[in-house]
Design a protein. Structure first.
Length: 643
């Protein structure tokens, strides 16, 4: 029952804090303009095609800093225009179409793995190709159709990037603030048993945004935001142990429970103050907040709860690290230190070719994905399945690289599509809308697509289903709403995607031990790099090792989460029990929290007169670094089977 509950919670999770009505209104206007202009000329289908480009360019605008969003919107416009041209050109020719679906889906699957925005472009490009190639439109419309989609995307890019540009550094501030909002929510839920861990997605999004800023639009504020995010990363790891200690303390009696509650409230107040400061460009903890935290921590000491005191001290230390006056990030310069030749980045083509290799997990998934879509397209055409593109479309959006995403996206897609089809059917039956009313309903659905896109995949699926149904009906294309077929093909597509994964699986539990071992080894290298830095070594090397350790730790954590939802026959291949995996993750998080704190304290300027610069404190830090490195080494040896 617990596994089933976790599965449905994951599939139908909803993040109300990501609801964006203002952004949706701006983006929906870019969809409305081509539809309105085309309606005035009596060519509604032209407006629908142009709105496809506008819709997808708007979705691409949800990721990254300002300059990277412009690039993504232009990329989305070009990709959607090209796939529209190919879809309408090759639609009538079965074998050319199957070959094109296979090659295009393979290429876009590899491209989509690079980041969240590329994932959206890759999936939407594949889906548009499948839908438009299944509408049996004449090839003569290929060139004008592709140009209309491209023009709609360019119009949306101009509107969002020139007329309504985002405020400076707004995406970066919001991304880091969302991380602290998640940490605050975790503290607010205490006491709770078991491991309490903030969702890594917000952290990954924030790092992606700040890495883009480092390459494209570096400012001194970005150094402070990166410091805040590093501290948040340490807090995320430390709060696992803190939550356990908090739960244990509250079971011991009124005095310990009261002290634990006061400590949690002080932490919650500090985190919410940090979140508010980040939104307004002030990523620091005030002196008053720091004093309140330390005072609460001192009152916790006499309660006789050593575990809670230890974890609370670590959390307070991490928050105090935000007051450090220096950083390993450049203040104004780009990502490399002055005088150092910049590293030569790998070309995009070389990255794509390396990722596409079938020796890697991504290459194998892309091959499986492409062959499945090609086969489904072939079978639906050979057997003349009515609206068969709906089956291929569902398989394309559900089949993912890992079992957890495939299963949860299948549930979310079916639930969202079912809700969207039923609602569209009800509205059309009740209103009997004409072309103008259908156009207005399409715009309303487009607004919902944008507003719900960041919140929930199930809700987004319902909104995009509404948009497709209303848009196709408004365009006068040869398509009718057939509720039973849409629902049955969506269900069948989800089952096909799940069956393909089960026949060609890559179970996360089988990869878990290796991932944990690599994360522990990376953590050891990070601690050693910090120790070298304290002795006058390269600060950039410590930062590089920190990023590598973070990426491998998050990868191991995601594999552990996916392994919990595996079927028994998948987990049977693992030689690591869930309890052993949880213990290893706990040790990784504790080590990461300590290491990040030691790294942050190492960045204090040498001429700053603080107690941390005394000989005893320096010796203590060296000892703590050595112990952290030894703990990571022991964990790596245990996971590797060494005695």
């Amino acid at each position: 029952m617990r596994r089933r509950t976790l599965l449905f919670r994951t599939a139908f999770a909803f993040a109300p804090e990501k609801w964006r009505p203002g952004t949706a209104t701006r983006c929906a206007l870019g969809v409305a303009i081509p539809i309105g202009l085309a309606s005035l000329t009596g060519h509604a289908a032209w407006g629908i095609l142009a709105s496809i480009g506008a819709l997808n360019a708007g979705l691409a605008s949800f990721s990254g800093v300002y300059r990277s969003r412009l690039r993504l919107m232009l990329s989305a416009s070009a990709v959607m225009g090209a796939v529209t041209l190919l879809a309408l050109l090759l639609g009538p020719y079965l074998w050319l179409l199957v070959l094109a679906v296979t090659l295009l889906s393979f290429g876009l699957a590899v491209y989509g793995a690079s980041n969240a925005a590329a994932t959206t472009i890759g999936i939407q490009g594949t889906m548009i190709f499948i839908v438009l190639s299944g509408l049996n439109l004449p090839p003569a419309l290929a060139l004008p159709g592709g140009l209309l989609v491209l023009s709609g995307g360019l119009l949306q890019t101009v509107l969002l990037g020139v007329i309504w540009p985002l405020s400076p550094r707004h995406p970066e501030r919001q991304a880091v603030a969302r991380v602290y909002r998640q940490l605050s929510a975790l503290i607010a839920r205490l006491p709770q048993p078991g491991d309490q861990l903030a969702d890594p997605a917000a952290f990954q999004d924030a790092w992606t945004v700040l890495d883009q800023a480092r390459q494209l639009a570096w400012r001194s504020e970005h150094a402070e935001l990166r410091r805040s995010l590093r501290v948040a990363e340490g807090l995320r790891a430390a709060l696992v142990g803190y939550a356990r200690a908090d739960w244990t303390a509250r079971q011991r009696g009124p005095a310990a429970s009261r002290a634990a509650q006061q400590m949690s409230q002080a932490l919650l107040t500090a985190l919410r103050a940090l979140e508010n400061g980040l939104v307004h460009g002030q990523p620091h903890l005030t002196l008053e907040a720091r004093a309140a935290l330390n005072a609460t921590l001192q009152r916790l000491v006499p309660t006789g709860e050593p575990d809670l005191n230890e974890w609370a001290s670590l959390v307070v230390r991490l928050l105090t690290d935000l007051a450090a006056e220096d950083s390993d990030e450049p203040a104004i310069a780009g990502p490399t230190a002055p005088g150092r030749p910049p590293a030569q980045p790998e070309s995009a083509l070389a990255q794509w070719w390396r990722s596409a290799s079938p020796r890697g997990s991504l290459g194998r998934h892309a091959l499986k994905y492409a062959l499945t879509l090609g086969l489904v397209t072939l079978l639906t055409r050979l057997f003349s399945v009515p609206h068969g593109y709906w089956l291929a479309l569902t398989v394309g959006v559900v089949l993912r690289q890992d079992y957890l995403s495939t299963l949860t996206r299948g549930l979310a897609r079916f639930g969202g599509t079912l809700a969207g089809v039923l609602l569209a059917s009800l509205l059309i039956w009740a209103l009997h809308p004409g072309p103008v009313a259908l156009g207005l309903l399409s715009l309303g659905a487009a607004w919902l697509v944008y507003a719900l896109f960041p919140t929930s995949y199930a809700a987004f699926s319902a909104a995009i289903t509404l948009y497709v149904v209303f848009s196709v009906s408004a365009s006068g294309l040869p398509e009718r709403l057939v509720v039973e077929q849409r629902i049955s093909l969506t269900l069948l597509g989800g089952l096909v995607a799940l069956a393909v994964y089960l026949l060609w699986p890559e179970w996360p539990s089988a990869q878990l031990r290796g991932a944990l071992q690599r994360a522990a080894e990376a953590q050891q290298r990070y601690v050693q790099a910090v120790a070298v830095f304290r002795r006058g070594g390269d600060p950039e090397q410590a930062s590089t090792e920190r990023r590598a350790a973070r990426a491998l730790r998050l990868q191991a954590e995601q594999l552990a989460q996916a392994a919990r939802l595996e079927p028994p026959w998948g987990h049977a291949r693992s030689d690591l029990t869930p309890a052993e995996a949880d213990t290893a993750l706990m040790q990784l998080h504790a080590n990461a929290a300590l290491s990040l704190s030691l790294h942050a304290r190492s960045l204090l300027p040498a001429n700053t007169e603080v107690a941390d610069r005394s000989a005893d404190q320096r010796s203590q830090m060296e000892q703590e670094l050595a112990e952290a490195a030894q703990a990571a080494e022991r964990l790596g040896r245990q996971l590797g089977g060494a005695p």
